[in-house]
Design a protein. Structure first.
Ligand code: HSE
Length: 307
């Protein structure tokens, strides 16, 4: 860490919690995100010099604890943008969100670093600037905006302006199943075509509208069709063994709708009840393809990330 440039700290310690998020929800590729009740907690303590990072929980074995750490790098971006930096930092990450899972662990890391840095410097960035910086680092806005606001978000860019709609949804429950299979987001994005047929674009546009209405109303009955997608899931399905079987089994077991979570490899299913049966059915789909899986039954998180 470079030496102190300016001493402009408002507080010397801050802790924030940021939730897991599931992006896309089927048709809302790169624009819809939903926060789930699973969180990462990050504490920043300002110290005299140096950088000390400790990671507990998910990713403790693999997340770097040097200057390449994503929480730290994201905080650094804010320090650089604002022109002030603490002399040294101790960072403690306590993670519940599995890494490389499609549950927004990188968005949570980016956002928690930015929120911590913003708090230490006395909030030089407003909410919109925080989200714009987080999206710049993350590459797409769906996970960071829903992690920030909680609940459901619809995000898009108009030129350089990030537009975010925070959509109120009733309490709903989501089954999440994560196969023991490594699928880097970069690979899952590389599998997508440059161009899609107009009929597929219309298919998705109509379903995004229906999906937002259905989620706002807590209308499980509409989800089966509203969560269908032709822009990314058909291409990614070929990369994830057991995904097609897990989709089919989820619906047979009573899921109202099922989708790939973000770029995968985890899957999500919405249902008003029978959550355990759906969870087991999806796990069996992956097991039939030779993959073990972890799973959670999670409520939606409705509240804004704490700073
Ligand atoms: N919307 C992104 C994607 C989410 O599907 O690639 C990745 O976390």
């Amino acid at each position: 860490m470079s030496p102190l440039r300016f001493n402009y700290l408002m507080v010397s310690s801050t802790t924030n919690t940021v939730p897991a998020t599931t992006a896309n929800l089927g048709p809302g590729f790169d624009c819809l995100g939903l926060a789930l009740d699973m969180t990462n907690q990050v504490t920043f303590n300002v110290i005299g010099a140096g950088l000390f990072i400790e990671v507990q929980g998910e990713g403790a074995e693999s997340i770097p604890t040097d200057e390449t750490n994503l929480v730290f790098k994201s905080a650094e971006r804010l320090f650089e943008q604002v022109g002030h930096r603490p002399p040294g930092l101790q960072i403690v990450q306590n993670n519940q969100i599995p890494i490389s899972s499609g549950l927004g662990s990188s968005a949570a890391a980016v956002l928690s670093g930015i929120l911590a840095a913003n708090t230490l410097l006395g909030f030089p960035l407003n909410d919109g600037e925080v989200l714009t910086l987080a999206t710049e680092i993350e590459g797409h806005p769906d996970n960071v905006t829903s992690a920030f606001y909680g609940g459901l978000t619809l995000s898009m860019f108009n030129g350089d302006d990030l537009i975010v709609e925070h959509i109120l949804v009733p309490d709903m429950t989501v089954v999440v199943v994560l196969p023991a299979f490594d699928l880097p987001t970069i690979e899952a994005r590389a599998a997508l075509p440059e161009l899609v047929p107009l009929s597929d674009a219309i298919f998705n546009a109509s379903r995004v509208g229906l999906l937002v209405r259905a989620l706002e109303a807590g209308d499980y009955g509409r989800l089966r069709f509203a969560m269908q997608d032709r822009l990314h899931q058909p291409y990614r399905m070929m990369l994830i063994p057991g995904m097609e079987a897990a989709f089919k089994r989820a619906l047979e077991a009573g899921a109202a709708g099922v989708a790939l979570s973000g770029a995968g490899p985890s899957l999500i299913a919405f249902a008003p009840d029978r959550h355990e049966a759906i969870e087991q059915a999806m796990k069996k789909g992956f097991a039939a393809a030779g993959l073990e899986s972890r799973s959670w039954i999670l409520p939606i998180v409705q509240k804004k990330s704490s700073q």
